[in-house]
Design a protein around this ligand. Sequence first.
Ligand code: FES
Length: 111
Amino acid sequence: MRQPVLSNEKMAWTKLAVLKELPPGSLMEVEHGDDLVALCNVEGEVRAIHGVCPHHGGPLGEGALHGELIACPWHMWEFHSGTGACAFNASLKVPTFPVRVEDGDILVDLA
Ligand code: FES
């Protein structure tokens, strides 16, 4: 049986930051065109989620990282950095993006 070929060809990796700017336990906001992306480092694992809160548009990347949860700075709604799920209503989600770190660069697939 033929195995599927795994490829990065359809991925759109974009460098958004460098790892040394995002130590474990930190959160940052990155502008990309008209979009905002929130990057965080959870115990060495870099994660990326859409940077605009679905409540009233707060900048998630300017909030706080509590373990794996990102707290919006405006009204403190929390979102899981890996799944994008809201902590008190899992059906409410913020989009998440694949991340890889290469030669100290943080690359995010925003496609
Ligand atoms: S705008 Fe994010 S919690 Fe209200």
